[in-house]
Design a protein around this ligand. Structure first.
Ligand SMILES: C[S@@+](CC[C@H](N)C(=O)[O-])C[C@H]1O[C@@H](n2cnc3c(N)ncnc32)[C@H](O)[C@@H]1O
Length: 430
């Protein structure tokens, strides 16, 4: 059958719909919703499943809508824009629970909250784009491909990032220097309502070109990265805070962050995560943050407690944490070190130091390799922040075997229109 007709059973992690071909084989189709009857075209067959493209929707989901973005059906960035936002949240919850069960989580999941994003669009504070030349293309990789799709506007990105993107397409200096670039980031500084441009370059650009380019009204500063541990910049040289982006946190905190250093994508949701864990853990004395970055979560806890240690392998994130710290008066209660989570746990064991609260916020792959050591250092609470439910579920099962109970869990929609979400979980020893 050229275009088999299938019914979508559910949407799975990754955002694609799952259905079955007439012979029972599982097939994954993008841009669909549970319950829909759709005509598909098989594009790749594997032993146990197949990939298909959507040809026609025969029976529509009541939650389907027209996507805003002209690139939606080609771009790899969004997967759920064809569904209304309320329903996206419901789907993400279902996908999350399904993922946990498939990884082997049998007990009830103490899910407290599904927190929607205050902004459905224009929430991203960073755009990371591939660059190609002749003609200039700046864009994302197409879905199921390595090909760059040039974009002139992204509905997920802060408006100022879009203004700068548009200006770059038309700027004679960028048309010249982008010939030596393969990648760029546009990073928003909300407290200044300006954007920082950082690009990866194969040749050093002329300083006067960068000074001229930095006159784009929405730009705060430009950096370029050729080699080594840090980029060149800022241009102009007198850019405020060394070209750092400025964010307001909870408790009147101000964060100053160098371009290229990790910042949670949706800052409003990030603040809600901080408020939630502060409610969850009323008392703590000693806190260890094993993936502290520039101190995002650790600083939001400092209104109480005696000792705080943040560690991260990114040297520039730790520089930012120390820079932020230098503007606060905390009487030596907080320290940041450029070491790995593993090294920090080894040192704690050597000095027989324990912490009543340990924060984990690892990259997507999770952190199963440190959990055994962690169980000897984390005396009472573990707060695990994750953007990857499958690895989180795996790590929580390990922590359960090591004697920690999962007591609360909340989902935060850090990434509307996509299948991604942020999970906050609290574990207690005993
Ligand atoms: C998802 S980011 C979170 C950063 C920070 N918690 C925040 O909210 O901004 C993960 C961080 O883990 C750091 N990281 C990666 N591997 C690490 C390791 N083995 N030990 C310590 N930090 C690590 C990265 O440099 C990055 O800053």
């Amino acid at each position: 059958m050229k275009f088999p007709l299938i019914t979508i059973e559910k949407v799975v992690f990754g955002g694609e719909g799952l259905g079955r071909l007439p012979d029972g084989k599982i097939v994954f189709v993008p841009y669909v919703a549970p319950g829909e009857k759709v005509k598909v075209e098989i594009v790749k067959e594997f032993q146990d499943y197949a990939w298909a493209n959507l040809v026609e929707v025969i029976e529509n989901s009541p939650f389907r809508r027209e996507p805003l973005c002209e690139y939606y059906f080609t771009c790899g960035g969004c997967q759920l824009q064809h569904l209304n936002y309320e329903y996206q949240l419901q789907l993400k919850k279902e996908i999350f629970l399904d993922t946990f069960r498939r990884v082997g989580w049998k007990e009830e999941i103490p899910l407290e909250l599904v927190f929607p994003s205050p902004k459905e669009f224009f929430y991203r504070n960073k755009l990371r784009l591939h660059v190609e030349n002749n003609p200039l293309k700046m864009g994302f990789v197409k879905r199921r491909s390595h090909e760059v799709l040039p974009i002139k506007f992204c509905y997920l990105a802060e408006r100022k990032l879009n203004y700068v993107l548009k200006s770059l397409y038309e700027h004679p200096i960028w048309l010249k220097i982008s010939n030596y670039s393969k990648r760029l980031n546009l990073e928003f500084s909300p407290e200044e309502d300006k954007t920082v441009l950082i690009f990866w370059s194969m040749l050093p650009p002329l300083e006067e070109d960068l000074e001229e380019l930095s006159k784009i009204p929405e730009l705060k500063a430009i950096f370029y990265w050729m080699r080594g541990r840090r980029p060149e910049g800022p241009f102009p040289k007198n850019s405020s805070y060394g070209g750092r982006r400025v964010f307001k946190g909870i408790n009147q905190l101000t964060y100053y962050i160098q371009p290229g250093v990790f910042v949670q994508t949706n800052w409003e949701i990030n603040l809600e995560i901080a408020k939630t864990f502060k409610k969850w853990i009323p008392e703590y004395r000693k806190v260890l943050d094993l993936h502290s970055g520039m101190g995002n979560f650790l600083f939001s806890l400092i209104d109480k407690g005696d000792r705080f240690l943040g560690v991260d392998t990114d040297l520039r994130a730790i520089e930012d944490a120390l820079y932020i710290l230098s503007k606060l008066n905390l009487n030596g209660r907080i320290d940041f070190r450029n070491i790995s989570a593993h090294e920090a746990l080894h040192e704690a064991l050597k000095t027989e130091e324990t912490f009543d609260l340990v924060i984990l916020d690892p990259p997507r792959g999770g952190c199963k390799e440190i959990l055994k050591l962690l169980s000897e250092v984390a005396e009472k609470y573990i707060l695990y922040v994750s953007c990857d439910p499958p690895t989180l579920a795996r790590d929580l099962l390990i922590l359960k075997k090591l004697g920690y109970q999962l007591i609360k869990l909340a989902l935060f929609d850090m990434f509307p229109q996509t299948y991604h979400l942020e999970v906050l979980s609290l574990l207690q020893k005993g």
